[in-house]
Design a protein around this ligand. Sequence first.
Ligand SMILES: [Zn+2]
Length: 138
Amino acid sequence: MTTAQIAAWCGAPETQVIVRPVIDLNNHGSVESYEIPDRLREQVILRDLGCVAPFCTKRARHADIDHILEWTLGGSTGDLNLAPLCRKHHRAKTFSAWTYTMLQPGSYLWRSPRGHVYFRDGTGTRDLTPRPLDPPGG
Ligand SMILES: [Zn+2]
């Protein structure tokens, strides 16, 4: 992009200029309130891009932002405790025994009510459920 291009765009009557702050995904922050400020919401959406539930393909832009550890239990309203969940998975996490934890920003470990274990990150989902060992000699 050149300054001439920018000047041309700004001279066009249909141009709308929106200036947004740069969001550094490596800069971690939290606020005191339960409500999630737009800036934190945007940071979480840009980090995860989609619902972080196992195998889900819903886009983060249309998802709820979940407090991984509930706010009422001491979970912070910060990027390290927030993740996008689509409405279906947000309800499943809230009203059933599904649990998950953030291993590092963008990586999650899920446990289903039946004890299945899933690793989820930006590359997809891996089923890490322990399998029974094969019997010796079998
Ligand atoms: Zn989902």
